[in-house]
Ligand binder design. Structure first.
Ligand code: SF4
Length: 389
């Protein structure tokens, strides 16, 4: 896979972390601040980091900018405008700019601003279609009727719209969610993500679990529910191009995430941001104060730096491609076999057991079936162990 790997050593995406939110949701482990008074200092640090990155790396091929968080649209409008304009500067080949948001932070003026700043895609954290579930997730806002909200957004924003939801946890209703997903599909929503509820460290949800306020089987039950729901979404017509991501058609996938999953190098700036460039993976400090201090002293903002060896990098690229509907070429495994001095790995038993698509396998690709995707980690672990044996 040597040649293929070097083809991926090109930075095509830039992720920007904007860690400000109107509230902290119980399941969220991201570093966020509720105080936008702190935003001007943070943005200064962010631009310092971008400048630092541009001095060291060639960003001329960046195609996508993903401004996530946090809730970037929670920033005061003038700051949001400065941020979006400043980020795009010196990125001449930009084709997609996504901004994350939540329904309670957008107004006609904000949507107009996003449009005039060249944003092409909005991704809304809707999370739930039921109030009871929303309360369980620790969100204080009422459920927003998503079809009506989509129509409202369309009045002011002509770009692509995505909505994120969470499956599982008290109050989640499979039927209610599927009804909404069907209505959104009919209404022309371009993209939908559905993640199973997970109980992360350093979250209020974890605290509730430890105190016995929620069932210890919450996470497992959410996984089972999610598996059933994603099958139904595919049957409804949603194109499941990645394990948890659905688009109306191949033209409306999230180009940014797709490039990252395909294995291209990715740059990331901001508190807690991750990046991988030429097999060096870094993770920035999560604390806003430490992040700002480090950049004011012109130091590197990362707290973790690791150099991936060829096996680790290959494994990472195989895993992320395995999540995609298009899988990866069988030849990538054969190259890895040769590197390890072995013969070509036979996966025909995994095809027979229904984990891999048989038509794709006979034409030289490894594509996971629905059953294979449900057990992705286990099946990939098996393939990897055969390559290394
Ligand atoms: S889930 Fe989203 S809105 Fe909630 S705290 Fe995390 S980043 Fe903010």
């Amino acid at each position: 896979m040597d040649d293929d790997l070097s083809a991926f050593q090109k930075i095509r995406t830039l992720y920007v972390q904007v860690p400000f939110c109107p509230e902290r949701c119980d399941y969220c482990s991201l570093p966020v601040s509720l105080k936008t008074e702190r935003a001007p200092a943070y943005l200064r640090a962010l631009f310092r980091e971008k400048k630092r990155l541009m001095e060291r790396e060639d960003l001329s091929g960046i195609e996508t900018l993903y401004v996530g968080g946090g809730t970037p649209t929670f920033l005061p409008p003038a700051l949001l405008e400065d941020l979006l304009e400043g980020l795009q500067k010196d990125l001449p080949t930009l084709k997609e700019m996504t901004v994350e948001s939540r329904p309670d932070t957008v107004t006609p003026d904000i949507l107009h601003l996003l449009r005039s700043c060249g944003v092409t895609r909005l991704s809304f954290g809707m999370e739930s279609v039921r109030s009871e579930h929303m309360r369980f997730l620790g969100r204080t806002i009422n459920v927003v009727e998503s079809v009506r909200f989509l129509k409202f957004v369309r009045n002011y924003f002509p770009g692509s719209v995505s909505m994120d939801f969470i499956a599982g946890g008290e109050g989640f209703s499979k039927d209610a969610f599927l009804q909404e997903a069907h209505a959104l599909f009919s209404e022309g929503l371009e993209h939908l993500s559905l993640y199973p509820l997970t109980v992360e460290e350093r979250t209020s949800l974890k605290g509730r679990l430890i105190r016995g306020e929620i069932s210890s089987g919450t996470e497992e039950a959410a996984g089972v529910l999610w598996e059933g729901v994603v099958r139904e979404l595919s049957l409804m017509g949603w194109f499941r191009y990645e394990v948890a991501n659905f688009s109306r058609s191949p033209d409306t996938v999230c180009r940014h995430n797709h490039l990252v999953w395909q294995g291209y190098d990715y740059a990331g700036i901001g508190a807690g941001a991750h990046q991988r460039i030429r097999s060096v993976r870094t993770i920035n400090v999560r604390s806003l104060v430490s992040y700002e201090n480090r950049l004011s002293l012109s130091g590197p903002p990362f707290e973790k730096r690791e150099v991936l060896d060829q096996n680790e990098r290959t494994l990472e690229i195989l895993y992320t491609n395995a999540r995609l509907s298009n899988g990866f070429p069988l030849s990538w495994l054969f190259c890895q076999d040769r590197t390890n001095g072995g013969g070509e790995t036979d996966l025909s038993d995994l095809v027979e057991e229904g984990y891999l698509d048989s038509g794709a396998y006979s034409s030289g690709r490894v594509i996971f079936t629905e059953k294979g995707r449900d057990l992705l980690d286990g099946v990939m672990g098996e393939i990897w162990s055969r390559l290394r044996s």
